[in-house]
Design a protein around this ligand. Structure first.
Ligand SMILES: Nc1ncnc2c1ncn2[C@@H]1O[C@H](COP(=O)(O)OP(=O)(O)OP(=O)(O)O)[C@@H](O)[C@H]1O
Length: 206
């Protein structure tokens, strides 16, 4: 697995956000995006995950490689925890959900409807979903939001295992996860100068 981001320029709501971002992410590596609120971390992750187009530049090596976990949990409220994982496993041609349940201590919640989980429990399930995708490149936007200290530890351990197995992770996070092979990319120098023009929203519902 090797992701090449080359001279990527991005906009949100029609307003330029980042200009000429370049980096390479390889198997066994984690790259943590840093930058102030509104600097473009989510926009960059969404673009790499294929959720929005870039203005310019290239993304090489992302196709069929990415498991994405964004701000929205994307869970099916009327399915149980186990059913949610099974559903996603089938979508990605996998069968075993045991490792995902193990990694996020979800066995006691396996038969609970996802819609009845707490925010942190939903987040654990959302992150566990990555493990049933079989995808090598995890793209994660603020993955630790709502997680307690123990769950942050479970997440960090899951990322470490994923990297040890040849996976990679690209994530925006404000907290230090203590990962052994993590690099940091500060996106501040790539911020576009867009003046004061108000942009339109690019979402149907805000
Ligand atoms: N749906 C949207 N429509 C229009 N503009 C948006 C939308 N979402 C974000 N923006 C704007 O795009 C710019 C980049 O936002 P983005 O969410 O990528 O930043 P971020 O670095 O992830 O911020 P944070 O640390 O607060 O999560 C900001 O100026 C933001 O106000």
């Amino acid at each position: 697995m090797e992701l090449h981001v080359e001279n990527l320029s991005l906009a949100r709501g029609g307003v330029p956000v980042l200009t000429d971002v370049s980096f390479v992410l390889r198997s066994g590596q984690a790259l943590i995006l840093r930058g102030p609120n509104g600097s473009g971390k989510t926009t960059l992750l969404r673009t790499i995950a294929g959720l929005q187009p870039a203005l310019r530049g290239q993304i090489i090596g992302a196709e069929d490689q990415i498991g994405y976990a964004g701000h929205a949990d994307g869970l099916k409220a009327m399915l149980t925890v186990a059913e949610n994982l099974t559903f996603w496993a089938e979508v990605f041609g996998q069968t075993d959900i045991t490792a995902a349940l193990d990694a996020y201590a979800l066995h006691p919640l396996a038969d609970r409807l996802a819609g009845t989980l707490s925010a942190g429990q939903k987040r654990r399930l959302g992150l566990a979903r990555l493990l049933v995708t079989g995808r090598p490149l995890w793209v994660l936007d603020e993955p630790t939001v709502s997680l307690d200290t123990d769950a942050v530890g479970l997440f960090a351990a899951a990322v470490e295992r994923h990297m040890a197995e040849g996976g990679a992770a690209l994530m925006a996070t404000h907290i230090d996860l203590g990962l052994t092979a993590a690099d940091v990319l500060d996106i501040t120098p790539f911020r576009a100068v867009s003046g004061t023009r108000a942009g339109a929203s690019d979402e149907a519902f805000l």
